[in-house]
Design a protein around this ligand. Structure first.
Ligand code: GLN
Length: 492
């Protein structure tokens, strides 16, 4: 039965519906795989086998009654940034020690209502701040991929490293993730998986631990574009509990994905050809352009002149919002508390012990750029840049339907290779932060391999609320790339 583990969500749904196997069997093979692999990969920081078995049993009952939901019996991993009722939720921070939310996030509620089965909570960078999963309080998650003839442990990317790793290593059929500056797309690129960041406002943020509220957006990581469409279908939709969640109908993404590509206009933003980008990334990008031409799309060079300011502006806006969002962790109502002589020292001791170095750096940067003397020079300026970036995209989308770019400037790097230099780490986000700054949807699709044998992704950025076209274009890459190599299974 071990090949059950290799099914995509789309294939598994068919098998479950036909009665080829039960949801309980399908869940059990995943639980076995997690048990065997997790020590080496550290993708799950909290497996929930009992809950999974219970949910799978209920799924089998619903399938038996002909009441199967869209994700009935599908075992999923949940990034530990989504609050799950009575199940420990930590954001991989020490400060949320032992926190068991008394409520369920909207995204996970939607998944369970559609029949999804929870396998457990996944590793991430602390509070989703990072690009390598190395800032997790629960130790880094390890990429299933290794360079050819080299057993150095590589990072799975971040912050959704656990999600990407678990999907890549077939520890779950699909996973939830979040993307504030690239945290879905970059780990997807580093692990050869499909990562979709929806339009800001497409998916409810309610019950998801906040990092930077004007940028955060949840989406799926999966092993195929069709699976991404399915998961998005369930995750998306209006939610009165999140006022930024927009009340527009959720189209049928699985149908939209199949619409014809001929005549689609693909934009190539010339400013994304950055210095220091590897030659193989450039070659992959060229390859992607050829694939779209072959599929009957037209290619047009476009200009996004403010691209070079996106990363610095992001690293002002995101920490500013984070410093405000993280003010709530004070040791009073939940999570860690380190006592002090008085209430003020209790706050100080708790926050000093509870936050890791990167989170402290973000809080310091954030409070600095928001402080009275620097607000205009930094925060206000960054907001103006953000408007310019949005206007660049608006202008480009007058001429084209979708933009094609690389997802990352390099393939996965080694554990510890970049953690000493925050700036070098931040550069990972150079191609992804723009979509967050403009609120646009983006997807990373596996497209090829580096000379060192590692997966590389291509990114598509779409118009607001046009995830359908994004998925349709993503399928062009998926089909043209064909069967890509899989990692050698060294971890069990
Ligand atoms: N790597 C980026 C950061 O550290 C993005 C993180 C994210 O998207 N959550 O801020």
């Amino acid at each position: 039965m071990s090949d059950l583990i290799d099914l995509t969500i789309t294939e598994a749904r068919e098998g479950l519906e036909n009665g080829d196997f039960s949801a309980q069997e399908y869940t059990q093979v995943h639980l076995n795989e997690i048990e065997a692999a997790n020590k080496a990969l550290n993708a799950f920081i909290l497996p929930t086998p009992e809950k999974a078995k219970e949910m799978a049993k209920a799924s089998d009952e619903r399938i038996g009654k002909g009441e199967a939901g869209l994700l009935e019996g599908i075992p999923l991993g949940i990034k530990d940034l989504f609050c799950t009722k009575d199940v420990r939720t930590t954001a991989c921070s020490h400060i949320l020690d032992g926190f068991e939310p008394p409520y369920e996030s909207t995204v996970t509620s939607n998944l369970w209502n559609a029949g999804g089965v929870m396998l457990g909570k996944l590793n991430l960078d602390e509070f989703a701040m990072g690009s390598s999963n190395e800032t997790s309080f629960y130790e880094p998650c390890i990429n299933p991929w290794r360079r050819t003839n080299d057993d150095t442990n590589l990072v799975p990317g971040g912050s959704s490293g656990g999600s990407a790793c678990a999907v890549c290593a077939h520890l779950c059929a699909g996973a939830t993730a979040t993307d504030t500056g690239g945290s879905i797309r970059q780990p997807a690129a580093f692990t050869g998986t499909v990562g979709l960041k929806p339009t800001y406002g497409r998916v409810s943020r309610w019950g998801t631990v906040a990092f930077a509220s004007s940028l955060d957006q949840a989406g799926p990581i999966t092993r195929s574009v069709a699976d991404s469409a399915l998961m998005l279908q369930v995750m998306a939709g209006h939610d009165a509990k999140d006022t930024t969640c927009v009340d527009v109908p959720v189209p049928d993404y699985s149908a939209a994905m199949l619409e014809k590509v001929k005549g689609l206009k693909i934009g190539i933003p010339k400013e994304y050809r950055v210095e220091g980008m590897g030659a193989e990334i450039d070659a992959l990008w060229e390859q992607g352009i050829e694939w779209f031409k072959d599929a009957g799309a037209t290619i047009k060079e476009v200009s996004l002149p403010h691209t070079k300011y996106a990363l610095p502006a992001y690293y002002i806006v995101a920490p500013a919002e984070a410093s405000s969002n993280l003010a709530r962790y004070d040791g009073v109502k939940y999570g860690l508390r380190v006592e002090g002589d008085d209430i003020l020292s209790m706050y100080e001791n708790t926050r000093a012990a509870g936050f890791g170095a990167e989170v402290k750096r973000r809080i310091l940067m954030g409070t600095y750029v928001l402080s009275a003397g620097y607000y205009d020079a930094y925060y206000l300026k960054a907001q103006k840049v953000r408007t310019r970036i949005k206007q660049d995209f608006d202008a480009a989308f007058n001429d084209v339907d979708v933009l094609l770019t690389p997802t990352t400037p390099s393939p996965a790097f080694g554990v510890g290779e970049k953690s000493a230099d925050p700036l070098e780490m931040y550069l990972n986000d150079i191609f992804t932060v723009t979509a967050n700054m403009a609120g646009l949807p983006g997807i990373s699709v596996p497209a090829g391999c580096s000379a060192s044998g590692l997966p590389l992704g291509l990114q598509l950025i779409g118009k607001a609320f046009d995830e359908g076209t994004l998925l349709k274009a993503a399928r062009v890459i998926e089909e043209a790339a064909g069967a890509l190599p899989q990692p050698t299974k060294w971890w069990v």
